[in-house]
Ligand binder design. Structure first.
Ligand code: KG4
Ligand code: ZN
Length: 376
């Protein structure tokens, strides 16, 4: 039995959690910076680092307390090394290093994307499901990433092969940029998720050209058949807004929302007309169609036995429904983390660290943040 304290500060959530042996969440504390970044419509790196500094100590204390643990009782400390914002990562890493040194506990580094994949495994183990068939194809889809990984367990630990990625924007980034453009607030995913249910997904047709990946300028050896591209659809939404004279109503919505302290999706819905709801529903349909189709293509080609869908965008209702439906047609089981563990958290970092703890794969003190850390 190993109780691992996980620490995650790669983007705009300061998170700490204690997970027992990669299969039981004893605590999972997330301090979100959404309100801080909301006025800017996106994460401001300097503000994120400063807020992590402020929050890290109380968040870790809270995680230990909720788990009924102390600094002395935990067996190891795990921290996200990358990918993410360098300054933000450094806060978690410096704190984890100091803690490990002071307590004389082993320190384990985790790739944030590996964390998202292990969020799925953690919850399945917690539910008692140890019967997952491999190889697994994992779609990690969030604000910073849209990646397809083949994942499997080998004697030397978990190994991953990246067989698809976004050429430009991540899917969550497209949600956030479209929400900003339409004056829906930040982050875009949760509000678009709710608003899309009230619009006609057939209202606007986004052609294949707007969402297919573009290999122009990309060296042949770096091209894969399973790549994504989400910047074209964002431009198509902008063009639609201009052609349909929607600027004024967007400005009015932005102004009205700025006067509400903590706007809920229902507040945004009340300020959104039918034409805009149609645009939102059509945008989401196009993104979901693309994510599901390309993932299933890759699953068929690689003959995988199960699908994982994880990361912030995996919280999306339409994405979950469509994956369940389409994967069932192929006889393929599909696993999602609960919504809490889909978005950034430290339980996934503590869970991903467990196999490394068992293999005694500990970090040496000289490692640092790696903003573009690759998962292998
Ligand atoms: O995994 P995450 O918390 O942070 C990153 O590693 O990026 O993902 C955050 C992203 C944001 O872009 C947010 O808009 C999106 O996930 N998101 C959603 C939903 N909830 C969060 N996108 C679509 N539907 C949702 N329900
Ligand atoms: Zn993430």
């Amino acid at each position: 039995m190993a109780d691992i304290l996980g620490i995650e500060t790669s983007c705009d959530e300061t998170a700490a959690a204690v997970v027992r042996s990669g299969e039981r969440v004893l605590s999972n504390v997330v301090s979100s910076q959404i309100a801080l970044h909301q006025p800017y419509g996106g994460v401001v790196p300097e503000l994120a680092s400063r807020e992590h500094l402020r929050a890290i100590v109380p968040v870790v204390r809270q995680a230990l307390k909720e788990a009924g643990q102390t600094y002395e009782s935990i067996n190891a400390i795990a921290v996200t090394q990358g990918p993410g914002l360098a300054g933000a990562l450094l806060v978690g890493i410096s704190y984890a290093k100091a803690l490990a040194f002071a307590l004389q506990k082993p320190l384990i580094t985790v790739n944030h994307l590996e964390g998202h994949i292990h969020a799925v495994l953690l919850e399945e183990r917690q539910k008692g499901n140890v019967q997952i068939d491999f190889p697994v194809l994992a779609l990690v889809v969030s604000g910073g990433h849209t990646h397809l990984f083949l994942a499997g367990q080998q004697e030397s630990g978990w190994r991953y092969q990246n067989i698809g990625r976004t050429r430009d924007d991540a899917a969550g980034e497209a949600y956030d940029k479209v929400a900003k453009l339409l004056g829906l607030g930040y982050p875009g995913g949760p509000v678009i998720d709710v608003l899309a249910r009230h619009g006609d997904p057939e209202a606007v047709h986004f052609g294949l050209a707007q969402i297919k990946h573009r290999n122009r300028g990309v060296p042949v050896e770096l091209q894969t058949a399973h790549d994504f591209s989400f910047s074209g659809i964002k431009t198509a939404v902008l063009r639609y807004v201009e052609l349909n004279d929607m600027r004024e109503s967007i400005a009015a919505r932005r102004k009205a929302l700025a006067e509400i302290a903590k706007p809920k999706p229902e507040d945004v819905l009340a300020l959104t007309d039918k034409k805009t709801l149609g645009l939102i529903a059509s945008f989401q349909r196009a993104v979901v169609d693309d994510l599901v189709a390309k993932t299933l293509d890759a699953a068929r080609e690689r003959e995988v036995r199960a699908l994982f869908v994880t990361g912030g965008v995996a919280a999306n209702s339409e994405l979950r429904e469509r994956f369940e439906l389409e994967a069932a047609k192929e006889g393929l089981p599909v696993y999602f983390p609960s919504r809490n563990l889909s978005t950034d958290n430290a339980a996934m970092i503590a869970a991903a660290a467990h196999p490394k703890f068992a293999a005694r794969e500990f970090a040496t003190p000289e490692f640092s943040a790696e903003a573009s850390l690759v998962l292998r």
